[in-house]
Design a protein around this ligand. Structure first.
Ligand SMILES: [Zn+2]
Length: 95
């Protein structure tokens, strides 16, 4: 698995978790989060760093437009530590 796949999985997991806990979605994401996820994956596939990139969490999503930037920030704020709890150093850096 290359880095971009890894990053996709991470982002996808964070959005899934956020939506399940905040929008009471079950098997499927709510339309908003679904759209956000598609957008995030699209931006990721266009990432100029390609496989050399660092995580989007560290990159600070400069490639997102205003409409999506705040939403993905919320997702990362909410899901970040839940995803990274096995990696304390990353968590500390993140906050
Ligand atoms: Zn949602």
């Amino acid at each position: 698995m290359d880095k971009l796949d890894n990053e996709k999985k991470l982002l996808g997991d964070m959005i899934d978790l956020y939506c399940r806990k905040n929008h009471n979605s079950k098997d499927d994401l709510c339309p908003d989060c679904k759209e956000l996820k598609e957008y995030a994956f699209y931006r990721l596939s266009k990432c100029p760093f390609g496989n050399d990139k660092k995580s989007c969490v560290n990159c600070k999503i400069k490639c997102y437009d205003n409409k999506h930037k705040d939403r993905i920030k919320e997702v990362m704020k909410f899901s970040g530590w839940r995803i990274f709890f096995r990696h304390p150093i990353l968590t500390i850096k993140h906050f």
